[in-house]
Unconditional design. Structure first.
Length: 337
């Protein structure tokens, strides 16, 4: 997935179907000129339904289609025959989509499960046909209800990614390069800061046909919580991740300090993020020669005594298998599945 097709915010106009008219028919037969009322009911208009689809990862499909209209109910007819129901219209969205009313920004609901279906706009009810109104005092009612009108609404869809693993780190830490090295994604990579402006997602194929999803997000810097850099609103994309990987390059002056700054910025955004399982990924190991790396190891053991950490080079493809194994283990700890 590239920069261009990640869409996480769209406005849609939706319209349900109107209800069909009830019929006002009087039964006539050759030898019975006074048949009773037999007008059937109108069919209900189609609902607009929003459904969770675990195979979707972005709102990209809505980039070109913004209007959704359900079918109208058909009118009732003679012989008490009811009009057909208008066709419901189902809109598939990725899990983690929040649906808001555009008028007041109120959250209507959130889709979190596959195949979860919620009627966001009801179709109009069909009108009752005249046979419903027959009574002892009114044998031949000559009226029927018209159907209810359709409903229209402007909604906003906002996506919080539901990826398994979120990559957090300073700009230039090598997050996008890592995503590229372990998934089929082709994110933009640059030797300048803030190359990534929107999240990228990639699927990591893991042994014997299993997989997990990794989200690469923009870089975060000290003071992001106060609006520095790109700010930190994009951290909403990792709120749903099961685990976080803090990516810190080994050519950093002070790896432990970088880690503390990242933790602190996340805490300012939402301290719940710190409750997630996490690991540290020390990237760009190819920049250190073996001797230096060896020295580093003993240092790191002290710094990250209780924290799982992985030393990798995305460019030389080193340490990636161990990283994937470690992530898989973390993901499969009972609380993360
Ligand atoms: N030597 C070396 N360079 C790397 C490695 N991984 C990434 N880089 C380089 O580091 C620079 C930044 O890489 P990105 O992957 O764009 O970094 P990022 O963390 O996504 O940066 P932002 O999108 O700005 O937050 C690029 O010039 C990469 O080529 C690595 O394993 N070894
Ligand atoms: Mg990047």
């Amino acid at each position: 997935m590239t920069e261009g097709n990640f869409v996480d915010y769209v406005k849609l106009h939706i319209k349900s179907g109107s209800g069909g008219k009830g019929s006002n028919h009087l039964h006539r037969e050759k030898y019975n000129s006074k048949g009773g009322p037999d007008g059937g009911d109108g069919g209900r208009g189609g609902h607009i339904i929003i459904r969770g689809n675990e195979n979707l990862w972005t709102l990209y499909n809505f980039k070109f289609k913004r209007h959704f209209v359900a079918g109208n109910g058909e009118n009732g007819s003679k012989k008490r025959s009811s009009g057909a129901q208008g066709k419901d219209l189902i809109i598939d969205v990725p899990l983690g989509t929040v649906i808001k009313n555009k008028r007041n920004n109120e959250i209507l609901f959130e889709i979190t499960k596959s195949n979860q279906e919620i009627i966001v706009l009801r179709g109009g009810l069909g009108g009752l046909g005249n046979w419903n109104f027959k009574s002892s005092v009114r044998q031949t009612p000559r009226y029927a209800q018209s159907g209810q009108g359709s409903n229209e609404l402007d909604i906003i869809l906002e996506l919080k990614i539901l990826a398994d693993v979120g990559l957090v780190g300073f700009p230039n830490a090598g997050k996008s390069t890592l995503l590229k090295a372990i998934t089929g994604a082709k994110p933009k990579i640059g030797e300048y800061e803030f190359t990534t402006l929107k999240p990228n997602l990639g699927i990591v194929p893991y042994r014997s046909f299993q997989s997990f999803v990794v989200a690469d997000i923009p870089g975060i810097i000290e003071g992001a919580s106060k609006g520095k850099g790109l700010g930190y609103n994009f951290l909403r994309h990792i709120e749903r991740n099961s685990i976080l990987l803090y990516v810190i390059p080994l050519d950093s002056k002070d790896v432990k300090k970088d880690f503390d700054i990242l933790i602190n910025e996340l805490k300012q955004y939402n301290s719940d993020l710190l409750d997630k399982d996490y690991a540290v990924v020390l990237s760009k190991s190819d920049l250190l020669d073996d001797e230096l790396l060896h020295e580093y190891y003993s240092d790191l053991k002290i710094h990250f005594r209780d924290i799982p950490y992985f030393i990798i080079s995305s460019i030389q493809k080193k340490g990636l298998v161990e990283l994937k194994d470690g992530v898989w283990k973390l993901l499969n700890k009972s609380e993360n599945v």
